[in-house]
Ligand binder design. Structure first.
Ligand code: SAM
Length: 293
């Protein structure tokens, strides 16, 4: 490995040598702890057969370890100022650097060109200002992914991995659960970054399902129901959904949840993904039979 960037003095020297000014708006908090980086690679179970996609290499601290451990790494960085630094810190034959905004990259093309349709693991210390858009884009584009192992704010990690009934449980938890099993791997204190963020972080591992955990007759209706259920969190499921999703009729939803044996005053936060799927499929059956009449 070229000079080990996880040693704080080396990171500081690199930043000084290149007169690099950190951009707060891009979430530039660089890791300076070798153990945390090893733990990230272990949580992602990276080995020499693996293709890895990294989002936001920064000066290349995690990237160095990924290149040492994986078969191939593609890393997308928005900040072109880092290119000169990468020439020094990332001399790896198995690495492709792409300077672009992750949210704008054509991911299907990138996967076809670089990973030849093989499965990929995402491993990244992602910028916190776009955590959810990044994760949702990775999931919704239905890319050939094995897993997503990312550092996020601790409170976001709790939201992504919580269970029904907990205060952190919300529509994003259910939507993510549809695509992957998510576990909080470990907590990361703010002192392992330069500069230190205001909040603690956590690494989560999302293992993508081969098949979704529930059978849905209409995915869009399911997603609308789930979002609507948490749209007005303090209200009952029926009131929250009918207040936020006009196409779902209040009396029909009430009739369906009663028929399925739920308490008519139940709130969305008490329902599992299986409960939401049951209700969404019943709503779909009802609208299909209404269309046939
Ligand atoms: N991986 C490095 C580390 O662990 O030290 C840096 C992580 S830092 C939290 C996030 C990185 O993402 C920064 O380098 C930042 O410039 C980059 N970034 C921010 N927004 C981005 C975007 N939309 N697309 C790609 N990279 C982005």
């Amino acid at each position: 490995m070229s000079d080990k960037l996880h040693i704080p003095r080396i990171t500081k020297d690199v930043l000084k040598k290149y007169k690099f000014h950190l951009t707060k708006g891009l979430g530039q908090n660089f890791l300076i702890d070798g153990d945390v980086i090893d733990n990230i690679c272990n949580a992602a179970e990276i080995n020499k057969d693996d293709n890895v996609l990294e989002i936001g290499p920064g000066i290349g601290t995690l990237t160095q370890h990924l290149c040492e451990k994986a078969k191939k790494v593609v890393s997308i960085e928005i900040d072109r100022q880092l290119e000169a630094i990468h020439h020094e810190t990332l001399p790896y034959n198995n690495l492709t650097l792409i300077y672009d905004d992750f949210m704008k990259v054509d991911l299907i093309k990138l996967f076809n060109d670089h990973f030849l349709k093989e499965k990929v693991k995402v491993v990244a210390n992602i910028p916190y200002y776009i955590t959810t858009p990044i994760v949702m884009r990775l999931l919704e584009e239905r890319l050939p992914l094995n897993s997503i192992t990312v550092m996020v704010q601790k409170e976001v990690a709790n939201r992504f991995s919580s269970l029904p009934g907990s205060k952190d449980y919300g529509s994003i938890t259910v939507v993510i659960r549809y695509f992957a099993d998510t576990k909080l791997a470990f907590i990361v204190p703010s002192i392992v970054f330069i500069p230190q963020p205001k909040v603690d972080s956590a690494v989560i591992v999302m293992k993508l399902h081969e098949h979704p955990p529930v059978q849905l007759d209409d995915e869009n209706l399911f997603f609308k129901l789930v979002k609507g259920a948490f749209g007005q969190r303090r209200k009952t499921l029926v009131n929250s959904v009918s207040g936020t999703v006009p196409e779902i009729k209040k009396d029909e939803l009430l009739a369906i949840i009663t028929k399925l044996g739920f308490n008519p005053a139940i709130r969305g936060e008490k329902l599992s993904i299986h409960d939401f799927a049951l209700i969404a499929n019943e709503l779909n059956r009802l609208s299909e039979s209404a269309q046939r009449l």
